[in-house]
Design a protein around this ligand. Sequence first.
Ligand code: GTP
Ligand code: MG
Length: 218
Amino acid sequence: MDLRTIFNSFGAREDYRQIIEEFNDFIKLYEMALLELQSDIEIIELEWQTRYEYSPFEHIKTRMKTPQSLHKKIERKGVPFTIEGIRDNIFDIVGLRIVTSFEDDVYKIYELLKGRNDLKIKRVKDYIKNPKPSGYKSLHLIVETELILSEGIRWVPAEIQIRTLAMDFFASTEHKLQYKYNTKELSQEMKDELFEVAQASSQLDEKMTKVRNTILID
Ligand code: GTP
Ligand code: MG
């Protein structure tokens, strides 16, 4: 395909160019927030390691929502196709996932985040206490992170998912299966099997916590 067609179409339409520039500026804000949030979390992790020689963090993963995925979500939710529509309705353009070793670490990290002045927790969904019908477990926070710009302070929304390695194993693998086979096609039998995998993952978490508690008591 000749890409010149695309480039020419951008240049040819002044009104398009303006919209694209406005959209790019809007998305840049989220990119900056992602950098800010990521470094905040990495500093917390380092501080924890320095102070306790143990860190509840197993690993951290960040992502920006792709334009394709943003497009799909806007359509699915019936959000107006405007910058204001996206700003007021889509809160997971910035995504950060914190994976921990133990289940109580999830809540330790949550408490820590709650205490920060540069983070506002707007919504909490506890899918650990109330798992999804699929068996999915995770603690989801919709937050606003403080972004200090030369023009002033901006609070930018982000989604933080906190879960254990075992929960992450289930979620990531199940997500891949959904993509490969398209969930609507998954038979009840497959869903039941996946649910069993989720239960088994939860048992791993329980067993690990038991082992750790025994070690701590000894
Ligand atoms: P979205 O419109 O998808 O963002 O849903 P929501 O606004 O109701 O948020 P929710 O907290 O339910 O889910 C947000 C994200 O959690 C999803 O985009 C997935 O990454 C993840 N998630 C939720 N449910 C499941 C599930 O059953 N399986 C897997 N693998 N991931 C899930
Ligand atoms: Mg900060």
